[in-house]
Design a protein around this ligand. Sequence first.
Ligand code: URP
Ligand code: ZN
Ligand code: ZN
Length: 460
Amino acid sequence: MSILIKNGRVITASEDYSADVFIEGEKISAIGKNLNLTADEIIDAAGKLVFPGGIDPHVHLDMPFMGTFSSDNYETGTAAALHGGTTMVIDFILQTQGKSLYSALEEWRGRSDGNCYGDYSFHMAVTDFNENTKKEISEMIEKEGITSFKTFMAYKGALMIDDRMMIGLMNEVRDKGGVVTVHATHGDMIDFLIAKHKSEGKLSPLYHYLSQPEITETEASGRFADMAYHTDVPAYIVHMTCEGALNEIRKAAERNQKVFVETCIQYLLLDASLYEKDFEGAKWVMSPPLREKKDQTALWAGINQGLVQVVGTDHCPFEWKKKLMGEKDFSKIPNGHPAIEHRMELLFSEGVKKGKISLNKYVEVTSTNAAKIFGMFPNKGTVGIGSDADLVIFNPDKKHTISVKTHHMNVDYSAYEGWELTGKVESVILRGKNAVDKGDLKIEKGYGNFIKRNKVSKIV
Ligand code: URP
Ligand code: ZN
Ligand code: ZN
């Protein structure tokens, strides 16, 4: 099977030019002007952008969490991702404390394998680091191609590890060629504030926000950066939301340290005023919570300053009836919101079209940097000869409106209902196959591959 994409405007993290792109099998095999090649299919991309398929390195599909499961499974979640131009996701496996990493891997692959439309990989969340777990780190990297290890500094009793475990893990991951990633918030401080608010009868979603003030994230981000500095491990902070935490990374840079930072689309676009909508605020109950306008300003600047490398989603949807579990107690609202489908279009419309980031930066933060940091570049994350033909053909002028009525995610509300966007995914190619064409999914469930990733370093 071959596809020739004619006359598109090709955008990578560093280039912007008009060309034809020729795909043979799963790979891009030629790029050039007026390519005189015969192909099984020709796509006219005049007036369209052609950029690498999005990589969302922070999603939670079919994940057991807070007494339920996230409502998108691997089938619906990766299909929705493809509709929105994301060709690959990295999901999270959660080790059960007291059990092995391998038993968690088996459980997660039992739910995912054969069910994905898009390509996928996993971060391994280490929730219990001990002599046995330690032995599994190199096997995860060498045998399974899982090279990133997630840690939680919050959610005590289920997911959180203490600093001693963190340092042990960091040393092992550094030696074996992986990266340690973190949910960086001060778990004990948050648990104290949750208990205080509950004892005072303060039970609405607003108190979810007030139980996780900026300092809880600033402190943990700084502490994590210090431990990463001490151990010299490649380090990555997930879902950063605020100015204080970002300033900790600025300080780390001043001592010549590199800590990778991911923010998520919601922290750039939404703010904490949504928690004032009584229980409707539960739609945006997530951890960390939405912040203030000044934090959005800092994050946009952080992207342009090269301090923030990745924009993900932390896609973790729950149907409204599940959110209602916390109607009388904010601490029982399952944490997370749906975004996997709209990250690429939201960031284009709100970021590129509104002049906040360049087109090259857009490609960098939605695809290229994740591919580099997590050991997939240049197979993924760019438009280049020999790279996987994961491509988005994008109409930069098409206007559309986000709605639960039209989205493909398995959740009965939209966190962005009524948002009017400019720029829409027109078609998506995944490893050389037409995956989405003008809104129609063209591939079969199971086409998505588990992607084994390479060892990583602090230099990308
Ligand atoms: O609220 C969130 N973020 N839910 C998913 C779990 C996590 O902390 O990333
Ligand atoms: Zn988290
Ligand atoms: Zn998450």
